[in-house]
Design a protein around this ligand. Structure first.
Ligand SMILES: *Cc1c(COP(=O)(O)O)cnc(C)c1O
Length: 372
């Protein structure tokens, strides 16, 4: 009941227990790469992404609050890939809630597009002729548009803490099954909007014994630069092969600064960035050495862990493997020169017909939200 202090005034105890049980209804195994290095696999949920945890929790909370509501809520969300699929899956069939997902045309993988567009029911997927930033800008504009107040819009991005509070759980669980033999523990978290690492740091602040955190990023290095220079200078996001972390101005970082205002952040937090070339090299290396297939995000996590361990030996290290390699099939197959086996669920998904709508402007979005 780690969540009780945050929710108990609003959600009764048995309902909260039910929500947590449903949220965490899949395994979170630790896979050892060597004696002191572990991959915490977070991709065994319904959309093969760790975002399933947060999306399911948020959907169940909203469903709880909708029980006594007569107005339908509209969850409006922009996605560059994984968020949309997890949110859509979490909210599928939830009464009193409809979900509208905007994604950039040609900007998500074929697998991710299928996850967004094949659900139907209360889920509408809209392909935007533009970039992820255009999608995001449309969402922000809709939230501020008084003429859309009748649509009762709500957000499902990780700015909403219901998305990442339940993620404290897997740090706790991993910690409980590690055998550190008196060693200190470090967790490396592949980071984009810094929600996942926020959950880890909060768990630590609540008493969980993790000694250090590494925020590992791709070449979107706003936070590693901040750690080095003390200056927070956001930059426009740049495309990479670990695209779920292509974020130039991470929205949760301010929360981390706030949490550590009184204490020294550098004692418990490091941050390093890595190029696509280094990421691919690491994926190859681990496949050759361990026959273990990393996705590009997990590979960035492992790179960060190794960088830290070089500087500070003697820790037991865990990196978070945040997505199933099949979600980044093209990159993984090219890096490793192999064909990934598609499981039955993936084949079924790829054969489903897509239901999508297309827009090119805010006015078109507004019309859709008005006449839904
Ligand atoms: C969203 C995502 C991340 C980044 O998580 P944050 O909480 O935004 O830092 C990392 N890896 C994958 C696969 C993701 O989908």
């Amino acid at each position: 009941m780690t969540l009780a202090p945050f929710a108990i005034d609003d959600i009764d105890k048995s309902a909260l227990e039910h929500i947590i049980k449903e949220t965490l209804a899949f395994p979170f195994p630790l896979h050892a790469l060597d004696e002191n290095t572990f991959s915490l696999e977070l991709f065994h949920g319904p959309t093969l992404a760790f975002k399933d945890v947060g999306a399911r929790c948020m959907a169940l909370c909203l469903a709880y609050f909708q029980q006594n509501e007569s107005t339908t809520k509209t969850v409006l969300v922009a996605t560059s890939g994984d968020t949309g699929g997890a949110v859509a899956n979490g909210f599928l069939g939830v009464e009193g809630v409809r979900v509208v997902i905007l994604y950039p045309k040609g900007g998500v993988s074929p697998f991710q597009e299928k996850q967004l567009t094949t659900l139907g029911q209360n889920i509408t997927a809209i392909e935007v002729n533009g970039t992820f930033d255009d999608c995001q800008a449309m969402v922000k504009r809709a939230f501020l548009d008084n003429e859309l107040s009748h649509a009762h819009l709500t957000s499902a991005n990780s700015i909403n803490i219901a998305r990442w509070l339940p993620q404290m759980f897997y740090y706790l669980q991993a910690k409980s099954i590690l055998h550190e033999k008196g060693r200190k523990t470090v967790f490396s978290v592949p980071s984009g909007n810094f929600g996942n690492i926020c959950a880890g740091l909060l768990a630590k602040n609540m008493g969980l014994e993790i000694d250090h955190f590494v925020a590992s990023t791709n070449h979107n290095d706003t936070v590693p630069r901040y750690v080095k220079t003390g200056k927070y200078e956001p930059a426009p996001s740049k495309a990479s092969i670990s695209n779920a972390m292509d974020v130039g101005n991470p929205s949760n970082f301010v929360r981390i600064l706030e949490m550590f205002r009184q204490k020294s952040l550098s004692e418990v937090f490091s941050s390093y960035s890595f190029s696509d070339t280094e990421t691919v090299e690491k994926m190859k290396h681990i496949y050759e050495r361990n026959k273990y297939v990393l996705d590009p995000h997990g590979a960035v996590g492992l790179l960060g862990l190794e960088q830290f361990s070089k500087l500070y030996p003697g820790f037991t290290g865990v990196f978070l493997e945040t997505a199933h390699p099949i979600k980044f099939q093209e990159v993984v197959e090219k890096a490793l020169g192999l064909h990934l086996d598609l499981n039955e669920d993936v084949i079924k998904l790829m054969n489903k017909p897509s239901l999508k709508e297309s827009i090119g402007s805010y006015e078109q979005l507004k019309e859709k939200l008005t006449y839904m």
